[in-house]
Write a protein that binds this ligand. Sequence first.
Ligand code: C5P
Length: 222
Amino acid sequence: FGNGALAGLDVVVSAGPTFEDIDPVRFIGNRSSGKMGFAVAQAAAEAGARVTLVAGPVGLATPLGVARRIDVRSTAQMHVAILEACTQAQIYIGAAAVGDYRPSEVAERKLKKQAGADLVLQLTENPDILGSLSMQATHPFLVGFAAETHDVARYAQDKLQRKGLDMIAANRVGDGLGFETVDNALDVYWADGMLALARAGKTELARQLVACVAERYRAVRG
Ligand code: C5P
């Protein structure tokens, strides 16, 4: 089963959150479940691609047909895994909710409570994985995700340009959509067009997104 729209192509998909360790028992994470990215990986495999799925810490089974799964925890680990996988990929779909910052130092021992005093945590900016890919002289066709609570169209188009992406899939967070939810809705933008994908289950939505990515990829890169 599948439509062969991505037959013969290597596709890398990132999914899930990143966890940035503070000490051996604590971390900074986010509410990404990984479901959208896993659904995208499944849909790309159904469309005939050889899929590498780079997954942050999630408790999800590898979708049927996905050729390779690399499990990572931090943004730095995800960055390394994606750069490596993308050296032989034609398409990268970044559905991971990558943490923008990490603790500047990871404590070797569990931090002790200092009663009555504030605890100050210093954070260092993480590398922008999509941004660093788009700066490479040759890189895969780049598809990003944007989760926004308002001004979705404006932020998505801005992100498309600023990060040098080929496409961006924007979803509205809130109103029962987005993180930790079953349903989602996506507005997909590229340089000279857009496609609104109506609210649907993530599996169905991922199939529609992948069909759109395949069409745009063929139009731009043959
Ligand atoms: O700027 P923002 O984080 O909203 O952009 C989201 C898109 O950028 C997602 O596709 C995400 O995977 C990617 N991203 C990234 N590296 C980061 C932050 C976000 O690749 N450090």
